[in-house]
Write a protein that binds this ligand. Structure first.
Ligand SMILES: Cc1cc2nc3c(=O)[nH]c(=O)nc-3n(C[C@H](O)[C@H](O)[C@H](O)COP(=O)(O)OP(=O)(O)OC[C@H]3O[C@@H](n4cnc5c(N)ncnc54)[C@H](O)[C@@H]3O)c2cc1C
Length: 49
């Protein structure tokens, strides 16, 4: 299916909260580049400007 991106324990790098978080970040990177992610995190107050 075109445009489908998976994340979670069922895909690389695998089971466990840290690997699942990494696969979530990898999935996000597919859609939103690192600079834009940083800006979004700053906008919602998770990351200091
Ligand atoms: C008992 C146990 C202990 C663990 N201990 C640790 C630990 O100490 N450290 C560690 O790093 N990892 C641990 N893990 C592993 C870790 O919990 C998992 O690898 C991680 O939570 C997987 O995340 P996930 O988002 O892929 O899936 P999940 O956390 O399982 O999230 C999937 C979500 O999708 C929902 N869902 C499922 N089907 C549907 C549907 N059809 N529609 C809508 N929603 C749906 C579920 O309800 C669930 O909320 C443990 C796992 C278990 C079972």
């Amino acid at each position: 299916m075109q445009g489908l991106v998976l994340c979670g324990a069922g895909v690389f790098p695998g089971i466990g909260v840290p690997p699942v978080a990494v696969s979530g970040a990898m999935a996000v990177h597919h859609f939103v580049d690192a600079r834009r992610q940083r800006r979004l995190l700053q906008e919602v107050g998770i990351l200091a400007a």
